[in-house]
Design a protein around this ligand. Structure first.
Ligand code: AP5
Length: 210
């Protein structure tokens, strides 16, 4: 089984959705830089304050800020991990490698831009346990309430159409070059993320060999 895994893909591809199931099936922790930055922002830490304007506008947070939090977190993980949303630039990938991290697999979840916008604008998130829903594709059992913990669901501040377009632009310019980067290292697999969640998970199971 591959134990040190990067999930690569545009906003709304399903990284977070699949990561929640993969971490249970593979017994490895889910490390999401987006979640870490949102947490820092909601606690009002110095990092959160510095990251806020970038996140709100749909831009990437500077490499130096993100690298710092990831290095700290990975240092405590000895049994593998599932990285979601990191690395997102060539500089971040080079930093990860310079930290001595040996990645086993990188999986690109491929989905077309028009599908992504519809997914993100309809997304509902639980601020308490991090569960993710969709107004039409994956609605909660009780409208507006998290199935897992019962808290009120919210729409992420950056899940509006204007910001999503900026996030997609940042993805194509700054993150897509990682596809070639990891392909050249022989680590890249690609799955089609446009179908159902079950179909995406079945493909992940195959490429990650669990
Ligand atoms: P981050 O939180 O990482 O957001 P993202 O990459 O834009 O990804 P998303 O969380 O939007 O999408 P996802 O792929 O997880 O999709 P999900 O599974 O939720 O980053 C946010 C911001 O933080 C960035 O813009 C940046 O500013 C900053 N940041 C974070 N990391 C950084 C880094 N390394 N460097 C610099 N800056 C960084 O699915 C989306 C919706 O679709 C859900 O509603 C879901 O229910 C639905 N759905 C999912 N799969 C399916 C399916 N197969 N069929 C139907 N619906 C589906």
């Amino acid at each position: 089984m591959k134990k040190r895994v990067i999930l690569l893909g545009p906003p709304g591809a399903g990284k977070g959705t699949h990561a929640k199931s993969l971490t249970v099936a593979m017994h490895i922790p889910h490390i999401s830089t987006g979640d870490m930055l949102r947490d820092a922002r909601s606690r009002g830490t110095e990092l959160g304050k510095q990251a806020d304007s970038y996140m709100s506008s749909g831009a990437l947070v500077p490499d130096a800020l993100v690298n710092g939090i990831v290095a700290e977190r990975l240092a405590s993980e000895t049994n593998g991990y599932l990285l979601d949303g990191y690395p997102r630039t060539i500089a971040q990938a080079e930093y990860l490698s310079a930290c001595g991290e040996k990645i086993d697999a990188v999986v690109l979840i491929d989905v077309a831009d028009d599908v992504l916008i519809e997914r993100i604008v309809g997304r509902l998130s639980c601020p308490n346990c991090g569960a993710v829903y969709h107004r039409t594709n994956m609605p909660p059992k009780v409208s507006g309430k998290c199935d897992a913990c019962g808290k009120d669901l919210v729409q992420r501040a950056d899940d509006n159409e204007v910001t999503v377009r900026q996030r997609l632009e940042a993805y194509h310019k700054q993150t897509q070059p990682l596809v070639d980067y990891y392909d050249k290292l022989g680590l890249l697999s690609k799955i089609d993320g446009a179908g159902s969640v079950e179909d995406g998970f079945a493909q992940l199971k195959k490429v990650l060999e669990f």
